[in-house]
Design a protein around this ligand. Structure first.
Ligand SMILES: [Zn+2]
Length: 304
């Protein structure tokens, strides 16, 4: 078995995994942000529960690991940012440690036991507060140089003149230091920002999407422009990486009409004329991070 963790900026979730699809939750605790000793202790204490049985630690984390150096970039958890994280944890815990980005783990979970099963090229996307993505080819995460492969959310990709009739949409500044990134519009935060810009109303993304589903004119305008803004770079991404399925996770994926509308937008713009849906709701709606971490660890054990 493996001890698996799903680590975000607020919570560390843990589980035992006997196979990729079979996990048993241990618990969830607050993430120690500033003390690496306390952070490592959270991992070590859960590994100690199964000291004789566990073959290693497998982690999904809200950060990016450089495959060449092993260095972790994780702005939300300062005590691990910049560390050679797997080696540092192995030194503290005494078992092998495997670690990958959370969107990559999500994509791996969907590719191995979710909506991507049977597909060789799976691009998992997250439409949550912001936007993320992970690429899995032939069952393995494609981390790419620096660990950034699949990050379709960043780069100056958004059109500035959109819709029918057209309207000017400015490039908003992004946390990555650029502007006009998909991440600034594609998630729940972006829907709110776009609606405020276009309609002058301050509403939650849930309210906007509910009104869109009901056919309300202002919400329809916002979502038409949202779909065009996000659909164009996503279709381009599909042309480049050639995925045959795109499992969608994150809060916005709970709206079937939104996935269907974005799928329609993307399929209308890709060079390949896919006859069946490309974007589908992620199948693993509970604990995809832990399931992805389990799949990663089991792969690493098998290939070791
Ligand atoms: Zn960005």
């Amino acid at each position: 078995m493996l001890t698996c963790f799903d680590i975000g900026g607020s919570t560390i979730k843990s589980a035992r995994a006997r196979s990729a699809g079979e996990i048993e939750i241990i618990d969830r605790v607050a993430t120690p942000l500033d003390d690496f000793g306390a952070f490592a202790a959270v991992i070590a204490e859960r590994v100690a529960l199964d000291r004789n049985a566990t073959k290693g630690v497998s982690i999904s984390i809200a950060g990016v690991v450089d495959p060449a150096s092993g260095s972790l970039k994780c702005a939300n958890i300062p005590c691990v940012d910049g560390r050679i994280i797997a080696a540092d944890l192995e030194a503290e815990i005494g078992t092998p440690v495997w670690i990958a980005n959370d969107a990559d783990c999500f994509a791996l979970a969907e590719a191995t036991s979710g909506a991507g099963r049977g597909h060789r090229n799976v691009f998992g996307i997250i439409l949550g507060t912001g936007v993320g993505g992970g690429l899995v080819i032939d069952g393995r995460i494609v981390a790419g140089a620096g660990g950034y492969a699949g990050e379709w959310g960043h780069g100056q990709a958004l059109a500035t003149r959109v819709g029918t009739p057209p309207v000017e949409v400015p490039h908003f500044a992004c946390g990555c230091g650029q502007s006009g990134c998909v991440d600034t519009i594609g998630g729940a935060r972006g829907v709110q920002k776009l609606h405020h810009l276009l309609c002058g109303e301050v509403l939650s993304s849930t309210e906007i999407i509910d009104r869109w589903r009901e056919g309300e004119a202002r919400a329809r305008r916002t979502m038409d422009i949202y779909l065009e803004l996000v659909g164009v770079p996503l279709a381009l991404t599909m042309n480049i990486i050639g995925s045959s399925i795109v499992p969608v996770g994150g809060g916005l994926s709970n709206v079937p009409e939104l996935i269907a509308a974005l799928d329609n937008e993307v399929r209308g713009r890709t060079l390949r004329r896919a006859q069946s849906p490309l974007l589908v709701k992620a199948a693993l709606t509970t604990e995809p991070g832990l399931i992805g971490a389990a799949a990663l660890g089991i792969q690493e054990l098998t290939h070791a």
